[in-house]
Design a protein around this ligand. Structure first.
Ligand SMILES: [Zn+2]
Length: 86
C-alpha cells in the first residue's frame, strides 16, 4: 500500500494556510490542527470553534478537500461506482 504524500500538509503549514479556518476562512488565534487524507495526500485541517461544532463529523471538510485533492480511493465502497474526475 502506497504511503500518502505529506507534502501538502507541510505546504499548508509553510504557507500559513493553517492560520485560517479550512471551511469559513476566519482567522484563528488558537491553532487546533487536524489532518485529512484521501489515501494519496495528507492535508492540514484547521477549524474555528464554530465550524468545529457545526461540522462535527467533518462531512463539509471532506467535501472541500475532496474537491481540492480528489476523492479517497480506499474507502469501503459506498459510492464505489462513481468515479468522478475533476
Ligand atoms: Zn470556520
Amino acid at each position: 500500500m502506497p504511503r500518502p504524500d505529506w507534502t501538502i500538509l507541510l505546504d499548508d503549514m509553510a504557507t500559513q494556510r493553517v492560520r485560517t479556518c479550512t471551511l469559513c476562512g476566519s482567522p484563528l488565534d488558537q491553532l487546533s490542527l487536524e489532518s485529512w487524507s484521501n489515501g494519496t495526500v495528507v492535508a492540514a485541517v484547521v477549524l474555528c470553534p464554530l465550524c468545529r461544532q457545526r461540522d462535527a463529523q467533518r462531512p463539509a471538510v471532506r467535501a472541500v478537500l475532496e474537491r481540492r485533492y480528489g476523492r479517497a480511493t480506499d474507502t469501503e465502497g459506498d459510492s464505489g461506482s462513481c468515479m468522478a474526475s475533476a
